[in-house]
Design a protein around this ligand. Structure first.
Ligand code: SAM
Length: 247
């Protein structure tokens, strides 16, 4: 897979692209990650990329020409037609389902806005998707792009050492994941649940499923409507009085 990010601040991606799981995925050749400064595509003498908004008001607006030229250049280099994703607080809210969908693509181009935003013609005529990472506004699309890239790359085959961990993660199953414990079995008087120490695989599996259902019921009951549950599980959930606190 190839992911190109169009940004005015490519240096922000240096550590992120080289560290941890993303760094390893690049080294293994599973993904090619490039941060491209679209200022290089400006044809003006001073490499200008923004201008005052028509109609007045504060803030600067990214001009269409450099962004269009950069995307068209990437189109020309690509063997496939890339999905062109605009990072945008007004876009579709990014979810695990969207990460799974985008992980199927061969080539993604992510555009990071900055300042007041971008010329509307970029949104109307250049992009295939608009993604928001939540209902809040950041100074630029770089941090949202990092979150989107990280969540996509970890889904690519061969990236996570333990393939099953992405499959059982929260949201992948439609539920929140069960709690985890490690050694020591007792810490400051707080014990690891007996079932996890029992070595009884069936009981552990059942305990984890129940915990996952209870967590989802107490923290994100909205997810249960679309989760794949058996009739027995739905009945069991209906019987539970939820005592778990929200965070
Ligand atoms: C300061 S914001 C512009 C906000 C814009 N004036 C508005 O009200 O919708 C600058 C850029 O940061 C990025 N950005 C900010 N918040 C975001 C979010 N929640 N999700 C995705 N991108 C975001 C976008 O690329 C946006 O163009």
């Amino acid at each position: 897979m190839r992911i190109d990010v169009l940004t005015l601040f490519p240096e922000m991606f240096e550590g992120v692209f080289d560290a941890s799981i993303l760094g390893k995925a690049r080294q293994k050749g599973i993904v090619t990650l490039e941060a491209i400064n679209f200022r290089e595509y400006s044809e003006s003498k001073h490499k200008t990329v923004d201008d005052y908004p028509y109609g007045g008001g504060g803030g600067m607006v990214l001009k269409p020409e450099p962004v269009f030229s950069a995307v068209e250049d990437l189109h020309a280099q690509s063997k496939t037609t890339p999905r062109v994703v605009l990072m945008c607080p007004q876009g579709e809210t990014f979810t695990q389902r969207k990460a799974e969908e985008l992980a199927e693509e061969e080539h993604l181009v992510l555009i990071c806005g900055h300042y007041e935003g971008y010329d509307e013609r970029i949104r109307e005529h250049l992009v295939t998707d608009e993604l928001s990472i939540g209902d809040y506004v950041l100074t630029g699309g770089e941090i949202p792009a990092m979150a989107v890239i990280d969540s996509i790359v970890r889904l690519l085959p061969g990236v996570l050492g333990n393939e099953s961990s992405a499959v059982t993660d929260s949201y992948s199953t439609g539920l929140l994941e069960h709690p985890h414990y490690t050694r020591p079995p007792e810490f400051r008087g707080w014990s690891v649940p007996e079932t996890l120490l029992s070595g009884h695989h069936e009981n552990i599996k059942r305990w984890r499923r129940e915990q996952s259902l209870l967590r989802t019921l107490s923290r994100r009951p909205d997810l249960l409507a679309d989760a794949e549950l058996t009739d027995k599980e739905r009945k069991w959930l209906a019987e539970q009085s939820v005592t778990t606190n929200r965070y």
